[in-house]
Write a protein that binds this ligand. Structure first.
Ligand code: UDX
Length: 457
């Protein structure tokens, strides 16, 4: 996926068809970005979301979450007159291509994905579908879901394709407009070919740099969950190595560097630390395991339960490291928490490892003060029992220990000399292996990191 700067100029689309329109059903993390990107590609787009606050906000050019560049792109789209939002599926009637972008969260109390939003969006779409329309499913679904929907769409004269999305939060726009690949699962026969061509025309210039991989439905659905399972496995693998390094006296950062030079392995997603969270990796690997069980292949994915367990232990382990550092006198200790979002450049706190650690330390009696450049308001809503600060300096004032839990650039670039003047003790736990340890220890700090020997003081 591209990490380079995103062109703000319009990409020159090969128009879908004069006067034709695209609808995007479901305007959350995926759909809001997809709608804005489709306008950028030259299409006329209606975004449909039944949530009043969300639709109204989007119609003002305000995304319901923080994503770099998205508000500006929404506003440009709205100003062009080619983007609008509605709560009413009837407003998608003129579109010929409908992107299904609703969420598939983890079902309550189960590992499975909750498909209720997918099914109700499909029911809505069936009411307005015209012969010749194409529905492109982008939501992450258990394999077999598309096959179950295809007949309903075909009964209205439409064609279903499955077109999974691989965007990362924080890089959602470049990942959408300059993806590594575009995958589309299509049915056999002329309708499938026509639908594939329509989708290819819609992506237009995106396909100048990304290969179009045409598959059957099952493969397209599996590519998405397999990719997330692989990424999660890579993270848990390096975190398991971090445990080994601690016991054997090795250094996990050097280990990852050395492994990463092997082009068969690669350095990315080998950042050891607090592990993965967010709205995708944790729930996707669980839904994948559940689906494998339904298909009679549970043993094939047993390893993913270990990947999940290694990841969950990272949070417990981070809490244990703090307890140990405080000589188990956590009650009343002042702990500064830098980061609440599940990753930098996001205000998303879904299954956030950072917030889980902050909550656990609070439960053990610590006085926890959290700061985050973007996720503070969301964190405060979910965890009002914690204290919040506007800046790292404020959070760290009188702290017995400082925890770096989300590696925002603002935190990584903190001046350790300046911060060291406000804390009670100069102790920092860099749970993301992101700080310049030498600079911090030179400024008088004791620095501990997962998978590395402690330095300083
Ligand atoms: C992920 C996939 O990357 C994306 O392709 C898919 O479409 C959605 O799920 P996202 O959840 O936005 O994207 O974040 P990602 O960048 O993958 O990070 C996920 C989590 O893993 C974060 O909590 C991050 O801190 C953690 N992580 C990532 C590590 O702990 N170590 C790493 O080396 C990389």
């Amino acid at each position: 996926m591209s990490t380079g700067p995103l062109s703000t100029g319009p990409l020159h689309a090969r128009p879908l068809q004069a006067g034709s329109r695209v609808s995007v059903v479901g305007c959350g993390y995926l759909g809001a970005v997809h709608a804005a990107a489709m306008v950028q590609l030259g299409h006329t787009v209606v975004g449909i979301d039944p949530d009043l606050d969300r639709s109204a906000g989007l119609a003002r050019g305000e995304a319901p979450f923080y994503e770099p560049g998205l508000d500006a792109m929404l506003r440009a789209g709205l100003a062009s007159g080619r983007l609008c939002f509605s709560r009413d599926i009837a407003d998608a009637r003129d579109a010929t291509l409908h992107f299904l972008c609703v969420g598939t969260p983890q079902a309550q109390g189960r590992l499975a994905a909750d498909l209720s939003f997918v099914h109700s969006a499909v029911d809505d779409l069936l009411r307005i579908l015209k012969p010749g329309d194409v529905v492109a499913g982008k939501s992450t679904v258990p394999v077999g879901t598309a096959a179950g929907i295809a007949d309903q769409v075909a009964a209205r004269g439409g064609t279903l394709v499955w077109n999974p999305e691989f965007l990362r939060e924080g890089f959602a726009l470049p990942d959408t407009l300059r993806p590594d690949r575009v995958v589309v699962g299509v049915p056999d026969g002329p309708d499938g070919e026509r639908a594939r061509d329509l989708l290819a025309a819609a992506y237009g210039p995106v396909l100048d740099t990304a290969p179009l991989i045409v598959t059957d439905y099952a493969t397209a659905e599996l590519v998405k969950v397999a990719a997330n399972a692989f990424l999660a496995t890579k993270i848990s693998f390096i975190n398991a190595m971090a445990d080994l390094c601690e016991l054997a006296g090795g250094d996990v950062v050097q280990l990852a560097e050395a492994l990463g030079h092997d082009s068969r392995i690669g350095r990315r997603f080998l950042q050891a630390g607090l592990g993965f969270g967010g709205g995708c990796l944790p729930k996707d690997i669980r839904a994948f395991m559940h689906r494998a069980g339904e298909l009679g292949a549970d043993q094939a994915l047993t390893f993913l339960s270990e990947v999940d367990a290694i990841n969950t232990r990272r949070r417990l382990k981070t809490v244990a490291m703090v307890e140990e550092w405080l000589d188990h006198r956590v009650l009343g200790a002042r702990v500064a928490v830098l980061g609440a979002a599940f990753k930098p450049d996001s205000d998303d706190i879904r299954d956030s490892p950072a917030l889980a650690v902050a909550e656990a330390l609070h439960l053990r009696g610590a006085e926890v003060v959290v700061t985050d450049p973007r996720a503070r308001a969301n964190a405060q809503r979910r965890s009002p029992q914690l204290r919040y600060a506007d800046s790292a300096e404020e959070a760290a004032t009188d702290a017995d220990v400082v925890l770096l839990l989300t590696e925002w650039r603002d935190f990584v670039e903190l001046d350790p000399e300046v911060l060291g003047k406000v804390t009670a003790r100069q102790r920092v736990l860099d749970a993301r292996n992101a700080l310049d340890r030498d600079a911090w220890s030179a400024a008088g700090w004791e620095v501990r990191c997962p998978g590395r020997a402690p330095v300083g003081a």
